[in-house]
Write a protein that binds this ligand. Structure first.
Ligand code: XLS
Ligand code: CA
Ligand code: CA
Length: 439
């Protein structure tokens, strides 16, 4: 059965096309810097937003049909599988990401939830085998069920810690069964609403204990991919422990988890933490921890986690610049953790949204490659630090100086001031000019 009968397979038609159901920028087989666009971009569908989110918000019920003609919870889950693979195939999306809870009804308790998963998960695998579509990462939803009101790994109740562990075990099993490349921990309620009732030290130690137990279980049971932490500063809690990339890196180092964990950077979470998307990607990259990306965008005038499809081509260009500088994705990819706006309620809007996001990142890749090839911005930055390549600068970098030597050196300089301009506006203009002529 076809769930989107009016939607054809989406093809690349080029910039001049006015056909809304076509790609204007994303030419999957085009080779850029030695790889096809498909290989560079590794697009992924987020099961929760695409197959489940129906437009429900705090002020009103859903506006979109995500039941795909089914009535019982189990049938809804099954129809979503067929619809998901039809959508991914028509768009040429090679990966998907999922929470355990996205795939099957929760039932009355954990045992019935896992029984439901055992029925549904092989159906997903059969579609994967048929289509060649892969799993980018899996995760467990440890934030929706009321039992996680105080957190999961950071709950004050040890029974809830055990529940979380059980859910993670099953979600890792499913990810391994799917051959998934990644496993994500996003700390939904791993934070606090007030410090008056919170033992922060114990909560952080317990969170690390849960991640360590999960890592060890995964490695013992065939998970060869990468574990990721996804930073976010707040929402739903007032303060989330995995606040931003730097905070997460300090946590991973403190608890000796750096060798198995990298970061999954989400654009909207970056801006929520008062950073730019580019900033969070740079922090991840320079720490060799750029794992994967949740591709979306927020709205600066709203200021919460709106999870919009990414259409800002400045941001996609800056993001792809960081991905290229990092040498491209290995286990990671671009997961559209994004949903249509509530009034964009038709199934066609789903396709139009993915097309907008894919074209925006495809353009970003082309523009980033052009900026790398143009070389002026990278060269400028490199030359800006050339004083560290010889003389006293070289000694500072190689660790061959002392504070005493620097004291004498500085005093001998007499009246000295920097001569180089930062040239921000000049660089921004180069960025614009190269980006606008990218093809
Ligand atoms: C929520 C997060 C979530 C994670 C996966 O804000 O983005 O969707 O990506 O649990
Ligand atoms: Ca996310
Ligand atoms: Ca989000």
């Amino acid at each position: 059965m076809e769930f989107f009968p009016k939607i054809p397979t989406i093809k690349y038609e080029g910039k001049k096309s006015k056909n809304p159901l076509s790609f204007k920028q994303y030419d999957a087989d085009k080779v850029i810097a030695g790889k096809t666009m498909r290989e560079h971009l590794k697009f992924s569908m987020a099961w929760w937003h695409t197959m489940i989110a129906d437009g429900t918000d705090m002020f009103g019920v859903g506006t979109m049909d995500k039941k795909f003609g089914a009535v019982s919870d189990m049938d809804v889950s099954k129809n979503r599988i067929s619809a998901a693979f039809e959508l991914m195939q028509k768009l040429g999306i090679g990966y998907f990401c999922f929470h355990d809870k996205d795939l099957a009804p929760e039932g009355d308790d954990l045992a019935s939830f896992h029984k439901n998963l055992d029925i549904v998960v092989p159906l997903v695998k059969a579609e994967m085998d048929k289509t060649g579509i892969k799993c980018l990462w899996g995760t467990a939803n440890l934030f929706s069920n009321p039992r996680y009101m105080h957190g999961a790994g950071t709950s004050c109740d040890a029974n809830i810690f055990a529940y979380a562990a059980a859910q993670i075990k099953k979600a890792i099993d499913i990810t391994v069964y799917f051959g998934g490349d990644g496993y994500v921990f996003w700390g939904g309620r791993e934070g606090y609403d007030t410090l008056l009732n919170t033992d922060m030290g114990l909560e952080l130690d317990n969170l690390a204990r849960l991640l360590t137990l999960s890592r060890d279980y995964g490695r013992r049971n065939g998970f060869k991919g990468c574990f990721y932490i996804e930073p976010k500063p707040k929402e739903p809690t007032k303060h989330q422990y995995d606040f931003d990339a730097s905070t997460v890196l300090a946590f991973l180092r403190k608890y000796n988890l750096m060798s198995d964990f990298k970061l999954n950077i989400e654009a909207n979470h970056a801006t929520l933490s008062q950073h730019t998307f580019q900033h969070e990607l740079v922090v991840a990259r320079i720490n060799d921890a750029l794992g994967s990306i949740d591709a979306n965008q927020g709205d600066p005038n709203l200021g919460w986690d709106t999870d919009q499809f990414p259409t800002n081509v400045y941001d996609t260009t800056l993001a792809m610049l960081e991905v290229l500088k990092a040498g491209g994705f290995t286990t990671g990819g671009l997961n559209f953790d994004a949903k249509c706006r509530r009034p964009s309620m038709t199934h066609e809007d789903l396709f139009l949204s993915f097309i907008a996001g894919m074209d925006s990142f495809a353009f970003g890749l082309k523009a980033a490659d052009a900026i790398m090839k143009d070389g002026r911005i990278c060269d400028f930055t490199k030359n800006r630090y050339s004083s560290y390549e010889s003389g006293i600068g070289k000694k500072i970098v190689s660790g061959d100086t002392t504070l005493e030597e620097l004291y004498d050196y500085a005093l001998n300089l007499g009246e000295y001031n920097v001569k180089e301009s930062g040239r921000q506006e000049y660089l921004e203009d180069i960025f614009n000019q190269v980006m606008l002529s990218a093809d």
